[in-house]
Design a protein around this ligand. Structure first.
Ligand SMILES: Nc1nc2c(c(=O)[nH]1)N[C@H]1C(S)=C(S)[C@@H](COP(=O)(O)O)O[C@H]1N2
Ligand SMILES: [Mo]
Length: 175
């Protein structure tokens, strides 16, 4: 390798982690969708209206955290992905789930109804910036302003899966 070669872009070739501050972190929206999407944080900023959300959430280990996030509504982004339900049927929509995964494998679940305007109508965001700092290099973060606890504020999002909850087994006879 010549002395002028660029450094490796991952830690694989060396013991020292290499910081790549400008590498955009993309993620996939997959599942039972009409239009699965591969998006970057720049896409989230450019393709949908941005909301601003000052939030406080409690962390079990670090106590209350205060942040201000910007980004599109998860609902607006998912409407473009087109979950495979009949949009006119509320019961159909009420069976769908969203699973959001972060770069470290931490993942969480929301129900579609939480973000659906006919049900919980929660203004959940896919953040493009936190406290004014762009998240392009880190990846988007899930923002759940209605949550008291921070566990669902998934950072460095790598994927969102959307699909129906399987029909549960027949209920046990009462009692
Ligand atoms: N990817 C990922 N996101 C995560 C977590 C995690 O372990 N992995 N922890 C959650 C928890 S428990 C909290 S309280 C908040 C903490 O956010 P902060 O470290 O930015 O204050 O991030 C959430 N998002
Ligand atoms: Mo936490």
């Amino acid at each position: 390798m010549s002395r002028l070669s660029p450094p490796p872009r991952t830690a694989a070739a060396s013991d020292t982690p290499v910081d790549v501050p400008d590498a955009p972190r993309g993620f996939l929206i997959s599942g039972q969708l009409r239009h699965p999407l591969a998006l970057t944080v720049a896409d989230l900023r450019e393709r949908w209206p941005q909301r601003h959300a000052p939030v406080v959430f409690d962390c079990a280990t670090n106590g209350p955290q205060h942040h201000a996030f910007d980004g599109p509504l998860l609902r607006d982004v998912m409407d473009e992905a087109g979950p495979a339900f009949d949009v006119r049927r509320r019961k159909d929509r009420s069976r769908f789930l969203l699973a959001v995964t972060g770069g470290d494998g931490h993942h969480t679940v929301l129900s579609w109804a939480e973000i659906d305007a006919d049900f919980g109508d929660a203004p959940v965001l896919l953040a493009t910036a936190m406290d004014g700092r762009p998240l392009d290099a880190v990846g988007s973060q899930l923002v759940v302003p209605s949550d008291r606890c921070g566990a669902r504020y998934i950072s460095a999002i790598t994927g969102i899966w959307c699909g129906p909850c399987p029909s549960p087994a027949e209920p046990l006879p009462w009692p």
